[in-house]
Design a protein around this ligand. Sequence first.
Ligand code: GDP
Length: 456
Amino acid sequence: MENTISGIATALVESGIGIIRISGSQAVEIAGKILRTKGGRPLDIRESHRIRYGFVFDGEKEIDEVLVSTFLAPKSFTGEDTVEINCHGGILLMQKVFQATLKAGARPAEPGEFSKRAFLNGRIDLSQAEAVADLIAAKSEDSIRSSLSLLQGSLKEKIKRMRSRILEDTAFIEAALDDPEHISLDGFSEQCQGHVEEILSDIQELLKHQREGRLLKEGIQTVIVGKPNAGKSSLLNCLVKADKAIVSNIPGTTRDTVEEDIRIGSLSLHLIDTAGIRETEDIVEEIGVNRAKEGIEKADCVLLVLDGSLPLEEEDRKILALLEGKKAVVLLNKMDKESILQKEELEKLSGFPVLPISAKEGRGMEELGQKLEELFYTGSLSFSTETYIHSERQIAALEEAKSALELVLEGIRLKLSEDFLSIDLMGAYSALGRILGEDVSEDLINEIFAKFCMGK
Ligand code: GDP
């Protein structure tokens, strides 16, 4: 019974229902041991793709009223016999049902083991498996959409098309070398060059979107900068709507950085609040300044907070100078007070959009959301239906395929013999295959699935 695993498939939080999933050749037998009908008879769950109503028992003790679905191999997510018990969503309750499945003979699933089995049984390819992991971890709706499209196999289809074109050319070379009397390689190089150039441009297209892939997955790295007391912590608070950052009116009290994931409009931001940028003897303050500089360098987006009730100071100008080449919005804070700084003048001076806000009163946040959407949607970023790759592994494999194909083009230019071309073509073929999980070592597979959480 070692091979039959059980796990809590839903999140361990209070919720409407919780699902305990059992998969393996003994799944039906194990689940059968703990399930009974209302009348106390054993519940018959042998028929596939049916939902039944019953009760879970731990020995003679009734634990919960449940719905049970059976999916017999190979028509299940894992490709094995699978039983899913839908119980009520209390944390303790889910654990009790889970424990009962273990007592009945299942062993606890390792993180990602269900998906790993699905992969090993050929139910999903590796790009789809990674999409499952991303889907579980997805932080924004766009990220979910992109993972879903991967899951539906959009990457898989693209890679498969590229591979079959490569394979055709390789097969042609091999056939011609085998049977030179009947198959001629005249004119083949030009034809092959055309194919390879097409595939290279497809690969380039995929690689081009890797940055957007990261933005979707991790959120837009956004740093909040400004001199002490401008209102950075207040802005962060206002955006997070929770008092995590300490707000005070002693300049420079936000020594450390505070980080938060938030949603604004349809974007997800990873927000970092830094200490004010200030040249000072104070060592702690200096660390803060350096952090801000580093923060700006690494950020996808910068929010500069200025105190609109004070004239522009040297410090403000210094920070503005650091923003060159960045996507940034200048926030004219404290609009509830009398304003000295003018939006239009600042816009001219800085070259960035300027928005009056009041972090204290929470005003201007909607406009900020719109501004950010404008900045990120109208640029190169379109979150629509593109295929985004975002795993390092996939990027590395694509890069390798690209290098191999460039060698093919080089070979054609140097008029190398076709068997050399075929070696590099096969190199590209197997690199692309790794994205779908071919030729990957067992370690790599284990590594990928270990990233999953329990029960997936
Ligand atoms: P930080 O040093 O840049 O993080 O600034 P804080 O967020 O700690 O704010 C400094 C002071 O300015 C606090 O006393 C805040 O209450 C005040 N403050 C922040 N935003 C506003 C605002 O929009 N209007 C007004 N009137 N005061 C604000």
